[in-house]
Design a protein around this ligand. Sequence first.
Ligand code: 3HC
Ligand code: NAI
Length: 648
Amino acid sequence: MSILAIENHGNIAVVTVDNPPVNALSHALREALWNAAERLDADSGVEAVVLHCAGRTFIAGADVSEFSKPPMPPHLPDLVTRIEQAKKPWVAAIHGSALGGGLEVAMGCRFRVAVKSASLGLPEVTLGIVPGASGTVRTPRLVGLANAVEMVTIGKPVKAPKALEIGLIDAVVGDDLVAEAISFAQKALGQPLPLPISGRPVEKLGEAEWQKLEADVKKRAKGEVAPVRALACLRKASESDFVSAMAFERETFLELRGSEQAAALRAVFFAERAAPRPARYKDVETRAIHSAAVIGGGTMGAGIAATLRDAGLPVILIERDEEALARGLANIKGIFDGGVKRGKLTEEAAADRMAGVTGSTSYDSLGDVDLVIEAVFEEIGVKRDVFARLGKVCREDAILATNTSYLDPRLIVEGLPNPSRFIGLHFFSPANIMRLLEIVPTPESAKETIATGFALARQLGKMPVEAGICEGFIGNRILKRYRAAAEALVRQGVAIADVDAAMRRFGFAMGPFEAQDLGGLDIAFLQREGARAAGQDVPETLGDILVRAGRKGQKTSGGWYDYVPGNRTPQPSPAVAELLAPHIQGSSSMTLDEISEHLVSEMAAEGEAILAEGIAQQASDIDLVEIHGYGFPRWRGGPMHWKAHVKK
Ligand code: 3HC
Ligand code: NAI
């Protein structure tokens, strides 16, 4: 089928767009829609037009892959206006997603109907741009300023029922979408037409109200430019006429489209879409995972069990004794109860999730599970023992995985029968929330096992990245370098608080020292001590000095900072200054920008070593690890993107 087809159903023409995969508004599609509008205007037998799309979705937006090319006519804003000015009313029939330019086209239509599962939104700010085809000008005219501010500056889509409630669509219809839209159009023809959206009035706000909105958006944006500029477009839409507001929006759109932030966010957008389906495993068969077991119900095991249950898999939890099992089950229940408290889960859903978890202290029930994920103590002996037992009871084709952070997976499974079904699946804490999943094959892992790891990630809604074997894999290895570089700055006389402030200013939610205080300094300390005990030469860190003085972080009311009980705000600590004084040489006076530039360069340098050693497959994988596992600001694109495209 061609990109667009027109079929007449009596006096209603049905325009079907077919531009896989997501009906994005490429140049060819814009031209085809323009020509359709011309042709249908001239067709005297047609009284109304239904616009719908083939495939999985309505128009999902402008074609992002064309953003680095010069814009070609017909431009999208003109196309939207052309549809609005058509001689016959158009009805957008929406399924899947109507996003960005897709929603803008729908707002050019006189009516919008959608199936219940459809999503509608203006996610442009998540790509570092503003809507560029009247999203900031028509939306406030359609749904009011308050709703428009939310849609345009946050970019989160709404589902059809909510869209109906705020007036974004005219009806939620049944799943026989085209038939329902035709019948909607027939009924509409018998009544006076509503005004086109461009002709409707728009709300005005006072100066103080705009200032408050600007302050709110700026605070939430944390350095991102697009949300602030999107609000400026909405203000222009409210305070000037339609044509001037459109010109202002277009100018802002074109300026931001070429910006550093938009380039970074686009790179992340494409990397995120490519990562779950690596081309190298495209033709590899995967094993279906219908049931799973988790060994160890501590912090990680409970989170992993919860994430498996969230994806609908029945889970068996194995613990070492009855007491630990009761604790593990309570940990899992605590996660679901937390979901209820935060309004994310209903009581029934939480009960259903918990009902799908079976606890046991025996491995006997593991004979038929498809997948086992081990999350016991980080001790090689304990883990080897677990896998030796799994090797005896599990099916030969069951996938066996370890969640180890630092141990060598090859040693964990030495002697395991059929080691080709073994793999590292490194989740991040809290495992039910963090999206990153490092997939760590051993040289013996079968391609089928690795591909199944990726398929599992998709099933769980995680962002998978393949990592080779080295200490800390990709993420923790970069973290170690980052922390060491931050400590080195402190040794040169940079204030601890300046390092944290610099990284916050760069876009992290927290700096490296605040983050250690939150997570606890003792975990990394124990790991270093373990390595020292094993005879490795691990130099003394400043963190070691603090832990030896009893300062393990917030839980001991002091780490790199002091804390007043019940208050998580870090206070510079005279005790830390005294403890570290003998180790500080110099009085460095770096600016905050110099500090962040240095630390991100260090991350990128470690990333380059990781790439050179083949531990990561591509630079964008390292960026995804940092963004989804370590809070690297998305709009900076990750350390590798930053180093390649931004750093002067
Ligand atoms: N442009 C170009 N390609 C796009 C695209 C777009 N807007 N949206 C998705 N794709 C591509 C993806 O890269 C992927 O390609 P691949 O198969 O070669 O890897 C393919 O379409 C499928 O995408 P997903 O894997 O994401 O498919 P899902 O079914 O999981 O999700 C979706 C579908 C919800 C539509 C999701 O793709 C999405 O959110 N897309 C982005 C929507 C968006 O941001 N639109 C606004 C664009 S900016 C704009 O419109 C500006 C305007 O105001 C002028
Ligand atoms: P934890 O100490 O909270 O939990 C470990 C659990 O394993 C305990 O409940 C313990 O009773 C159980 N256990 C110990 N031996 C067992 C055995 N033989 N059989 C069954 N259960 C047994 O530890 P945590 O933090 O959950 O870590 C688990 C694993 O996950 C470790 O390998 C760790 O390196 C890794 N990891 C930890 C992360 C974190 O942030 N805590 C992040 C990513 C990985």
